[in-house]
Unconditional design. Structure first.
Length: 252
């Protein structure tokens, strides 16, 4: 005799639940992947402390889905002055303008989602282990990304921090020495070559009054005989002859 088989209850949709959870996790990771990977960087392959005429390549990724990048403001690290920076290349129409603590590179608004990249040359890198370039990244709609954090702390809890661009430097080469701050003076502006030799300027200044005095003396010496000749004409023939004989005797 067969016992009746009890009816089975409805199956739990385990597979459906697992699949739904996986899809949700994937969607969240995709939604947060863009901002989390955005960053600003500075690169210079093989850069060493005290290296001269070093090209630095800066790049800043766009975080906006509605506006393009229009401006990058950089605060220079200690040991680099705005006058030590030379702009090499960047987005079309962009230019570099020095500021009190660094410089700004700006120009026409880039396309939405387009990253900004430019290159500058530094006259000499300071003697340091690393350099930090705090950067403010502005968009056409007025929004600003602040790449100023000294460490990537994770920011909003999803790995979305805003660390400042940092350049690690190798130790200085043997014999490398720091140069004087600021750009080298041009040859035409060199006081050693433009200034007259020592003493010549003063000599010319002193010689001018002497020349004026000589002209005065010469004028006086000419006035004496001219006046005498006029006197001779006024005295007439006899008086004039007497004056001339006396003049000759005196000269003898």
């Amino acid at each position: 005799m067969h016992r009746p088989i009890p009816p089975r209850g409805p199956r739990r949709p385990r597979r459906t639940g697992v699949l739904a959870a996986a899809v949700l996790a994937l969607a969240l990771s995709v939604a947060t992947a863009g901002p989390a990977s955005a960053h600003a960087e500075v690169e210079a392959k093989g850069a060493r402390a005290l290296d001269r005429n070093v090209e630095l390549t800066f790049s800043a990724e766009s975080e906006s889905g509605s506006a393009g990048i229009t401006r990058l403001e950089v605060v220079l690290p200690e040991g680099i002055l705005p006058g030590d920076i030379t702009y090499e290349e960047g987005p079309d129409g962009w230019k570099l303008v020095p500021a009190d603590q660094g410089y700004a590179v700006s120009g026409p608004e880039l396309a939405v989602g387009e990253d900004a990249e430019y290159v500058v040359t530094v006259r000499q890198l300071p003697d340091a282990e690393s350099l930090v370039f705090k950067t403010l990244q502005s968009y056409g709609d007025g929004e600003v990304d602040r790449w100023i954090e000294l460490e990537d702390t994770g920011g909003d809890g999803h790995g979305h921090g805003h660390p400042a661009p940092r350049l690690a430097l190798k130790p200085a080469a043997p014999g490398a020495k720091p140069v004087s701050p600021g750009p080298d003076p041009s040859p035409s502006a060199d006081p050693a070559t433009d200034a007259p030799p020592s003493g010549k300027q003063e000599t010319r200044a002193a010689a001018q009054p002497a020349a004026d005095g000589a002209e005065k003396d010469e004028g006086t010496s000419l006035a004496v005989p001219v006046g005498a000749a006029l006197a001779v004409l006024l005295l007439g023939g006899g008086g004039g002859a007497w004056w001339l004989r006396r003049r000759r005797n005196g000269s003898a």
